[in-house]
Design a binder for this molecule. Structure first.
Ligand code: FAD
Ligand code: 8RB
Length: 453
């Protein structure tokens, strides 16, 4: 489409909204963004808490396109693999990739968001803060913006509206009377609580810095991601009901007792456990699926607004960034808005569904399998076959985290590979017992070279 007189309105200046505004403004579109929260650059309002995100190749690629790679990577902490913490306090590092070229990065959400806001404004996008999109009349193309602080209300025109306003999207709510969204929210039935490990007395990290720590405990787990401040953000994932669960932790003493029993080596490192437990709310988790993401030539949803997912593959932001690149490309290439939105949705919806499914599966792997002997044997064979058949047998984790092949492709090939690993490891205890000639043959038969089919 010709950018000539085009105006685009975006709701939400979170991770996706700010990146998309940057990409579109750079192409010459006139971009207005409305963000319900105050400008984070004016006042640090996150209470000093470090909330971090795992950035993988898909997200990194998007930042590269926006010219932000160097700024973000200067403050990122490398995570080489999973550091698995046993009940007895033992630890084991399971690498994510073949070497340090295949790693993920822990980045600070607040700082990342600020870099993106700066880039969007530098590219010419206008961002209004304290501006919550409230109601939309899609017939007259007018929207209502509310300032939640001074309660002021404003009505404005829009040409096209992009909902990048997250899991609780106002645009999605506003679309309901105009569009059969086919909305389906599947709650996970587990919640999460964040805690903090401060720096050691000598100012260093209290745990191995370059790892994503996991305390797998069967039906639940803790994880920890490093921050540049030499702290770790620990997250407990636990069922809402049953035993143990958030329901059966009626008070601090019960929560402490659970940590003393199951996460003793973590608890030792969380001096403010009581204060953190009380101050930090228990968050909910779930998967949001929609049958439709766009209203003809008028509106489209991206990121969490379209496809919120459970966090266990660390891909929510990575996927939202990939959405931004795809939508920017479809807008540039399509003849009109309707075909841009349609093309975007058709490309991205199957991929969003695939990463949503893989994220659910990865919870079971993280909490229940990383210390299981059969799992570890299959994983050894996976690495071996990946080395023997580069480009053909590529671990699913690698396709998701280190490559940009469509998520749906990673999901489909992952199924074939898993079946093959199960077949070749059935009843075996050690990698030396595997019939490699047969495994090689199955790989050749069942898997094409990635990107050549
Ligand atoms: P958001 O980033 O949530 O942005 C939405 C924005 O819209 C917000 O700024 C919000 O204030 C604004 N808004 C909401 N409603 C309105 C309205 N009505 N009008 C105007 N503005 C509005 N993903 C990863 O890839 N890796 C990770 O390791 C990871 N860790 C996570 C850890 C935590 C604790 C959480 C909660 C999420 C994590 N995610 C991670 C997921 C990731 O944060 C999201 O998938 C990503 O932020 C989605 O981007 P978004 O722009 O769609 O939504
Ligand atoms: N949302 C992550 C992974 C995969 C790690 C692996 C998992 C916390 C909320 Cl749970 C989780 C991963 O397979 O070894 N990579 O990145 C990030 C994760 O949780 C983030 C920090 C998180 N997301 C609500 C809490």
């Amino acid at each position: 489409m010709d950018v000539g007189s085009g105006r685009i309105t975006i709701a939400g200046a979170g991770l996706a909204g700010a990146l998309l505004a940057t990409l579109l403004a750079r192409r010459g579109w006139s971009v207005d963004v409305f963000e319900k929260r105050p400008d984070p650059r004016v006042r640090a309002y996150e209470g000093g808490r470090s909330i971090n995100l795992a950035l993988a190749e898909r997200g990194l690629h998007a930042l590269r396109l926006a010219g932000l790679q160097d700024a973000v990577m200067a403050q990122a902490v490398m995570m080489r693999g999973r550091m698995v913490h046993g009940l007895d306090g033992s630890t084991q590092l399971l690498r994510y990739g073949k070497d340090d070229s295949e790693v993920i990065w822990s980045v600070h959400r607040g700082r990342l968001n600020i870099s993106l806001l700066d880039a969007a404004e530098a590219a010419g996008a206008r961002i209004r803060f304290d501006a919550r999109l409230d109601e939309v009349d899609f017939d007259t193309r007018r929207l209502r913006i509310v300032n939640d602080h001074d309660r002021s209300v404003e009505e404005l025109d829009f040409a096209v509206l992009i909902g990048a306003d997250g899991a609780g999207s106002g645009v999605r709510a506003a679309l309901k009377p105009w569009l059969e969204l086919g909305e389906n929210f599947e709650p996970l039935g587990h919640g999460y609580k964040e805690l903090e490990v401060p720096p050691a007395a000598d100012g260093g990290f209290q745990l191995e810095a370059n790892a994503l720590h996991i305390w797998p405990r069967g039906g639940y787990m803790c994880i920890a991601l490093p921050n540049t401040e030499k702290t770790f953000t620990v997250t407990l994932f636990l069922p809402n009901s049953g035993d143990p669960s958030f329901d059966t932790l009626p008070n601090l003493a019960a929560a402490r007792a659970l940590f003393e029993r199951d996460f003793a080596d973590a608890l030792e490192r969380i001096p403010e456990f009581d204060a953190d437990w009380i101050a930090n709310p228990t968050g909910g988790l779930g998967t949001l699926r929609l049958d439709r993401w766009h209203l003809d030539n008028r509106a489209v949803l991206i990121g969490d607004a379209a496809h919120a997912m459970v966090p266990f593959h660390g891909q929510g932001m990575n996927c939202a960034f990939e959405d931004c690149i795809a939508l920017d490309r479809h807008i540039a290439q399509a003849a009109d808005w309707q075909s841009a939105f349609e093309g975007f949705e058709n490309e991205r919806r199957p991929n969003a569904q695939a990463i949503q499914a893989m994220a659910l599966e990865n919870y079971v792997e993280m909490r229940d399998q990383v210390d299981d002997a059969d799992f570890l044997l299959r994983r050894k064979l996976e690495r071996l076959l990946a080395d023997r058949h580069p480009g053909r047998f590529v671990p699913r984790y690698s396709m998701v985290s280190f490559m940009r092949v469509p998520y749906a492709t990673a999901f489909e090939r992952g199924k074939v590979q898993r079946q093959l690993l199960v077949e070749c490891c059935e009843g075996l205890q050690d990698i030396s017992q595997v019939d490699l000639a047969k495994a090689d043959q199955l790989v050749q038969e069942r898997l094409s070279v990635l990107g050549q089919d």
